[in-house]
Design a protein around this ligand. Structure first.
Ligand code: NDP
Ligand code: HSE
Length: 429
């Protein structure tokens, strides 16, 4: 057992960082035994130095994260500040100073993962980020390491705790959107700017990271098709219920049948109540990974919150400390396949479309003809009339997204179609 401690700089001490510090302190003896050397919290960089931080020696607090990284005795930096800057510059500074990094920062990894991996490799250091995707759930490491000998063809799941919490509350208690978002924020699930959660940016960043790992290619945030959940209404939940479904914000990553391209998307979708993802409640996440040899694997657990996320950070800390003692590094980026990311128009799925139409003879035929003209086959139609107007709900068979978009554009031009109330994809059947 080595007696000289491995020294850790904690960059950020908010919802996640404060839990990391607490577990490092309360489980110090166990961590020492598991790593084979003591691990010491050597400095904590924050923005507001005067804030009271329970259990943290005030002498460790600094607002100068750069000086902390440059002082010469730090072995590992844990970046839990979030956002692009100063996190990116600090991680780069860490690598330039021989410091391995553990980060929970999906926004940064989705935007600059390739450059950060290259910087880690160039300096013979580790960059670990289990906490960046799906909170406490071990997912990044199983995909990077346990499934490294298999071929992953599809990943589908719920990867944002805040939006799952909101959708679950709207569905199960009839809570309003804002009320549910406020509760998720108070519980520490939401990002500093919750727009990242509700508009799907956070899930898209996680989708980019997972797609890169799954398909051994480079997928950036901009490559991921993204729709948030702010437009999902009580009427959508009522329609979903009539179909025996609920609504979830899903991330779906697919390898094309010919293996020559991939797609990556995040959007709300109806899924059957019998599907395992339908019963994922509150801020839990769940991800299905379909691999050629392994078959279908499901990963499930708390997807957000200080303590669950700290668990993932601590797991990475132990791994990086072990690597350091072994004078080795863990796996770096694997992007050798260089597969292109196809546009959303190429994605094939089913759709649930609600239309407000005039309630008169021939309207249904006109609508059906429009679908047929665009090559979209109708599975079911339900019509409800009221005072000369009608609501028409069309569920399609599988069709390319581009064909559906063309259909909707043409429907909007029909005199008899007063409006397109909602379009939702149907998944998991
Ligand atoms: P918080 O906003 O709670 O904490 C951010 C911390 O960073 C605070 O301690 C803040 O200081 C500090 N900070 C901000 N700017 C600076 C700066 N310029 N220099 C030094 N410190 C700074 O965020 P979270 O803990 O919720 O999230 C941290 C990271 O973890 C993000 O990347 C997030 O996406 C990720 N994550 C969060 C999860 C969650 O459930 N919350 C789950 C998974 C990942 P001060 O305390 O003084 O304000
Ligand atoms: N805001 C994120 C979420 C935190 O709600 O999932 C976990 O990454």
């Amino acid at each position: 057992m080595r007696t000289r401690p491995l020294k850790v700089a904690l960059l950020g001490c908010g919802v996640v960082g404060s839990e990391v510090a607490r577990i490092m302190t309360t489980h110090a003896d166990d961590l020492t035994a598991r790593i084979g050397a003591p691990v010491e919290l050597a400095g904590v960089a924050v923005r507001r130095p005067s804030k009271v931080r329970e259990g943290i020696d005030p002498a460790l607090i600094t607002t100068d994260a750069t000086a902390l990284l440059k002082r010469g005795d730090i072995d590992i930096a844990i970046e839990v500040i979030g956002g692009i800057e100063p996190a990116r510059t600090l991680i780069t500074t860490a690598f330039e100073n021989g410091i391995s990094v553990v980060s929970a920062n999906k926004a940064l990894l989705a935007q600059d993962g390739a450059a950060l991996h290259a910087a880690a490799d160039a300096n013979g250091l580790d960059l670990y980020y289990e906490a960046a995707v799906a909170g406490a759930i071990p997912l990044v490491r199983p995909m990077r390491e346990s499934l490294a000998g298999d071929k992953i063809n599809r990943v589908m799941g719920i990867v944002n705790g805040t939006t799952n919490f909101i959708l679950d509350k709207m569905d199960s208690t009839g809570a309003g959107y804002q009320e549910a978002l406020d509760e998720a924020t108070a519980l520490g699930y939401a990002e500093a700017d919750p727009t990242a959660d509700v508009e799907g940016y956070d899930a898209a960043a996680k989708a980019a990271i997972l797609a890169g790992i799954a398909f051994h290619t480079r997928v950036r945030l901009d490559d991921v098709y993204r729709e948030g959940m702010t437009e999902v209404s009580a009427a959508d939940f009522a329609s979903a219920k009539r179909m025996g479904c609920t609504i979830k914000l899903l991330a779906i990553l697919e390898r094309a049948a010919d293996g020559q391209s991939v797609t990556a998307r995040v959007h709300p979708a109806m899924i059957p109540l019998a599907h395992p993802l339908a019963s994922v409640r509150e801020a839990y996440n769940a991800v299905f990974v379909e691999a050629e040899a392994a078959g279908r694997l499901m990963f499930y657990g708390p997807g957000a919150g200080g303590s669950p996320t700290a668990s993932a950070v601590l797991g990475d800390l132990v791994a990086v400390c072990r690597n350091k003692l072994a004078e080795a590094t863990g796996p770096g980026e694997s992007a050798y396949t260089q597969l292109p990311v196809s546009p959303m128009g190429d994605v094939v799925t089913r759709y649930h479309i609600s239309l407000d139409v005039a309630d008169k003879p021939g309207v249904l035929a006109q609508v059906a003809t429009t679908f047929a003209e665009h090559g979209v086959s109708i599975d079911t139609v339900r019509q409800q009339g009221k005072d000369g107007e009608a609501s028409l709900v069309v569920v399609t068979h599988r069709a390319p997204d581009a064909a559906l978009s063309g259909t909707v554009e043409a429907l909007r031009k029909l005199d008899t179609v007063r409006g397109v109330a909602s379009i939702m994809r149907v998944e998991g059947e």
